[in-house]
Design a protein around this ligand. Structure first.
Ligand code: NAP
Length: 460
């Protein structure tokens, strides 16, 4: 067993780590102390001599060389900002994020000799760094434990209980079997999941799921379960296909499901059931990712990153988006984030007008396309999907050098992309949006960065 404690300075990692190591009869490793021993000087001297970059380099070496098993590790407060550290800390470990309100942390670290990392006052520094680091702590943890109002003994008890009894009371698991039977679309998967929940072995295995209606066709379980075993994470990803997302969220809370991918038709409706919505998701008006940190459910959107990243090296300042639904909102947000002028064209012009007014864009009917001279054209309608042999844009309206991104991803080569290639356009298939949104979502759910090439390979 390897237990890793992460969190801000003052969250209790040292006191809890020592006590926990004693209770488990395991050695305790404090990465900051290991860095000081390696450097032969204290942390203030390391910062003075080698600056923060030198300290972080030592920290990476120490974390990469930690024993794979049989210890309790208290990791430095900034360690999880580096995804490689997260991958090392997580492999085969149970990771606990010890959190506390800023005022509590500030009172606990007052008078510390640790060097300042910002030009702010100590109290302000706690607030600024905590806001910056909390997303990384949440993503990198298996379990979030509040230490604000608990003593060291109580926090240790909570951790030991999670390690040996799991995060979900057995009665809740048994009560939820009925909901699982209703929501999980295949008999084999239902049996698998019921066995997993009823088993007393491996109690800390955390559940993840995709929810939508339908979503049985989703490739996400295959992708995620492969990545979980590749990074040695004690996780399992399943499907919850159900028309009422409120019921799904109830199950997430009861079973303490760690995170949820959300797909059509739940992306907007789910927002009302969550405790927090991040700023990007709020602006887009849709959530495709939910992270559960100690019962607080936060909503995020990674679809817009899936549109933004494949366009990273595309030049030009004018874009046209065809469609005005959820995918179009993510696309427009991504293009506006790149500083592009956007015109939204849609079959129902009123919907284009409504979306355009939210993002400060132009809009029009589909017939306006020939008059527009765009550098980037994005199809955010289902036209061309599956057996639909139509293209949403006649070939003569595509011009050489234009970048055409079709968000439809089945088939990968759509009629629009085939026509665009013939016209000498640069083309981006919808599979790239899936790859980059999945990369961002995996980082959100685990704190680990995956190469896009690996995701592409796993999806083939
Ligand atoms: P949505 O919210 O239902 O919006 C669909 C849009 O397409 C609406 O603007 C609709 O126009 C328009 N449309 C539908 N049928 C049309 C037709 N026959 N001719 C012209 N316009 C038509 O759907 P969405 O969630 O935005 O998804 C749109 C597409 O993006 C889907 O094909 C989906 O597969 C794709 N997508 C891809 C990814 C990825 O990872 N690659 C992710 C999300 C979505 P009206 O307003 O007139 O109805």
């Amino acid at each position: 067993m390897r237990v890793v404690l992460i969190g801000f300075r003052g969250s209790g990692k040292t006191a809890v780590g020592k006590r926990l190591a004693g209770a488990l009869r395991l050695p305790w490793i404090d990465t900051d102390a290991a860095i000081e021993a390696r450097a032969g000087m204290g942390i203030p001297a390391i910062f003075a001599e080698r600056r923060e970059a030198g300290f972080r380099a030592l920290e990476r070496e120490i974390i990469a060389a930690l024993p794979a098993d049989g210890c309790v590790v208290s990791a430095g407060g900034g360690a999880v900002l580096d995804p490689e550290n997260v991958a090392h800390l997580r492999a085969g470990s149970a990771v606990f994020f010890l959190r506390a309100p800023p005022a509590v942390l500030e009172a606990r670290v007052r008078g510390s000799d640790r060097p300042a990392l910002t030009a702010f006052s100590p109290a302000e520094e706690v607030r600024v760094l905590l806001a910056e680091r909390t997303p990384a702590y949440r993503s990198a943890a298996d379990v979030c434990v509040d230490t604000g109002e608990r003593g060291v003994g109580e926090v240790c008890e909570a951790i030991l209980s999670a390690l040996f009894a799991g995060t979900v009371p057995r009665a809740s698991c048994l009560r939820s079997l009925d909901a699982i039977v209703r929501m999980v679309p295949s008999a084999a998967e239902r049996a698998n999941l019921c066995t997993l929940l009823c088993s007393k072995e491996n109690p800390l295995r955390r559940l993840f799921a995709i929810t939508g209606f339908p979503c049985a066709h989703s490739k996400s379980p295959l992708l995620y379960n492969h990545l979980f075993s590749r990074f040695n994470l004690n996780y399992y990803y399943t499907l919850l296909e159900w028309p009422d997302v409120g019921d799904v969220i109830d199950l997430v809370r009861t079973l303490d499901i760690r995170a949820l991918s959300v797909t059509i038709p739940h992306k907007s409706v789910v927002m009302a059931h969550l405790d927090e919505i991040d700023a990007h998701a709020a602006a887009i008006g849709a959530v495709n990712s939910v992270l559960n940190c100690g019962g607080i459910l936060s909503g995020y959107n990674t679809d817009w990153i899936g549109v933004k990243m494949p366009l990273d090296d595309v030049e030009g300042s004018r874009a046209v988006v065809i469609g005005a639904g959820g995918a179009a909102a993510a696309a427009v947000y991504a293009l506006r984030d790149r500083g592009m002028e956007v015109c939204i064209l849609n079959r129902t012009e009123g919907r284009a007008a409504a979306l355009a007014s939210r993002f400060g864009c132009e809009y029009g009917p589909l017939a306006a396309l020939p008059a527009l001279d765009a550098d980037v054209l994005i199809n955010a309608t289902p036209v061309g999907m599956g057996d639909d042999g139509r293209s949403p844009v006649p070939q003569e309206h595509l011009r050489e050098g234009m970048c055409v991104f079709d968000l439809v991803y089945t088939p990968p080569q759509t009629p629009l992309l085939a026509a665009a290639e013939k016209r000498g356009c640069r083309t981006i298939p919808g599979t790239e949006m899936f790859v980059y949104q999945a990369k961002a979502q995996f980082a959100l759910f685990t704190g680990i960065e995956v190469e896009p090439a690996l995701i592409r390979r796993l999806l083939q």
